[in-house]
Write a protein that binds this ligand. Structure first.
Ligand SMILES: Cc1ncc(COP(=O)(O)O)c(C=O)c1O
Length: 387
C-alpha cells in the first residue's frame, strides 16, 4: 500500500466507483419518492415521473425516442434479451455470426442457441484484435438473422469497425439484425444506433460510474423482440418486473455526468507505455494501435505470468486486472487472447481508467509497473532471457 493508505484503482473496465451525485439522485428515489411506478396514487406517480425523466435523458443521449429503450438488470441481460428475444421470432436453422471476442454474455448465449437448433459461426479476428468487415461480408448467408460485433473489446480496448459492418449487413439484408455491445464505449465514444448501423445496442450502468445491476437494450425502430418471460406490462411487456427505479435514475445521472475527456486519458496511455517500455522494452500493448481506445490498455509481457505482476502491484497499492473480470478468478486463458493468437506464455494485464483517475495515479502506476517488471525479471528466468 502507498503511504497514504489509498490504493490506485486502474480497473474501471471491470467496474467504477459510483459518483456522489449519482448516489444522491438514487437515494432520493429510494427513500423519498420510493413508490412503485405502476401505482396510481401520488407516490406511484412521482416514481413514474422519475422513471420517465431518466428514460428521456438516456434517449436524448443516444438520440433515440424513449420507447426504443428497454431497461434491464445490466449489460448481460441486455445482450441475452437481444439474442434470445430475436431468435425466438426466427425459425430453427437460422444462422448467426458472432465475433469470437464477444463478452461471454453474447458468446455463451449464442452457444446456448446453437444447442437449440440455430446455426452459429464465430467470426475470427486479426492479430490486432479486429473483426475484418470483409470476413463478415464473405460469411453472411441468406439465413443469417443476427450478427454481433462489440463496439470496444473489454480486454484489449480495441475499437471494432462496427459502422462498416453495420452498413454491409444492411446492404446484404435489411431484416438481418446487428447487435453492438456498447458496454465499454458508452460515454467515451459516440454510441448512436444510426451512426453505428446497429439495430440493438446494449449498455450497462456500472462501467460509467453508475450503479451495478442496471443497463438497457436500445432497439432500432423496426426491431421486434419476444420477451424472455411473462409478467406485467413494464417496458411494454418486453421486460416484465417492477422497474429498478433507483438504478435507472442512477444510470441516467451517470450518463449526464459523462465527460469523454479522451485527449487527457490518451496521454495517460502514452505515458504509461513510454515509461514501461523504457525500463522493459519487451512489454507491448495489445492490438492494432490505430484502433486502441484511450481508456483501456492491454499490456502484454512475454514470459511473465499475469498474476505475478497483478499481485506484485497490488502489494504496492495499484489495482489492475489480469484480464476480463469474469475470467480473472479462474486461471483460464482468455478467449480473446486465444482468438488474437497471443502466445500463451505472454502474460497480459489490463489497465483501465475512469473519471476518478488522476494524472498522479497514472505516473505512480507507470513507475511501479516499470519497477515491477525490472524486479520480477530477476525471479522469472524466462523474462530475463528476453531482456
Ligand atoms: C463488453 C461487455 N459486455 C457486457 C458486460 C456485462 O455487463 P454487466 O456487468 O452489466 O452484466 C461487460 C461487463 O464486463 C462487458 O465488458
Amino acid at each position: 500500500m502507498p503511504s497514504n493508505g489509498k490504493s490506485i484503482y486502474l480497473d474501471h473496465a471491470a467496474t467504477t466507483p459510483v459518483l456522489p451525485e449519482v448516489v444522491s439522485a438514487m437515494s432520493n428515489v429510494m427513500c423519498i419518492d420510493f413508490g412503485n411506478p405502476s401505482s396510481r396514487h401520488g407516490a406511484g406517480l412521482a416514481a413514474e415521473e422519475h422513471l420517465d425523466r431518466a428514460r428521456g435523458v438516456i434517449a436524448r443521449h443516444l438520440d433515440v425516442s424513449p420507447d426504443q429503450i428497454v431497461f434491464t438488470s445490466g449489460g448481460t441481460e441486455a445482450n441475452a434479451l437481444a439474442l434470445l428475444g430475436t431468435a425466438r421470432l426466427q425459425r430453427k436453422g437460422g444462422h448467426m455470426l458472432i465475433s469470437a471476442i464477444e463478452h461471454p454474455s453474447v458468446l455463451r448465449t449464442a452457444r446456448l442457441l446453437a444447442g437449440q437448433g440455430f446455426s452459429l459461426e464465430e467470426l475470427p479476428v486479426t492479430g490486432g484484435g479486429v473483426v475484418d468487415p470483409s470476413t463478415v461480408k464473405d460469411r453472411l448467408r441468406r439465413e443469417t438473422f443476427l450478427v454481433a460485433v462489440m463496439h470496444v473489446n473489454n480486454e484489449t480496448g480495441i475499437r471494432q469497425p462496427v459502422e462498416e459492418i453495420g452498413h454491409l449487413i444492411k446492404e446484404h439484408d435489411p431484416r438481418c439484425r446487428f447487435l453492438v455491445d456498447a458496454v465499454q464505449s458508452l460515454g467515451v465514444l459516440p454510441t448512436r444506433l444510426d451512426v453505428l448501423g446497429a439495430d440493438l445496442l446494449s449498455v450497462s450502468g456500472h462501467k460509467i460510474h453508475g450503479p451495478k445491476g442496471v443497463g438497457c437494450l436500445v432497439l432500432g425502430r423496426e426491431v421486434r423482440l419476444a420477451p424472455l418471460w411473462g409478467g406485467g406490462d413494464q417496458e411494454r411487456g418486453l421486460r416484465p418486473g417492477t422497474e429498478n427505479v433507483p438504478g435507472i435514475v442512477g444510470l441516467a445521472k451517470a450518463l449526464e455526468l459523462c465527460r469523454p475527456e479522451v485527449a487527457s486519458v490518451a496521454s495517460y496511455t502514452t505515458h504509461l507505455l513510454t515509461e514501461i517500455q523504457r525500463r522493459a522494452p519487451h512489454a507491448y500493448a495489445l492490438g492494432d494501435p490505430a484502433r486502441r481506445v484511450p481508456h483501456i490498455l492491454g499490456l502484454a509481457v512475454p514470459g511473465l505470468p499475469s498474476e505475478v505482476l497483478v499481485h506484485w502491484l497490488e502489494e504496492r497499492g495499484v489495482l489492475v486486472s489480469s484480464g476480463a473480470a469474469c475470467h480473472s478468478r479462474k486461471s483460464l486463458r482468455s478467449h480473446v487472447l486465444t482468438a488474437m493468437g497471443v502466445p500463451p506464455d505472454h502474460g497480459v494485464v489490463r489497465l483501465s481508467f475512469g473519471h476518478t483517475t488522476t494524472e498522479a495515479d497514472v505516473r505512480r502506476a507507470a513507475t511501479l509497473i516499470a519497477q515491477g517488471l525490472a524486479a520480477l525479471a530477476s525471479v522469472h528466468p524466462s523474462l530475463v532471457s528476453r531482456r
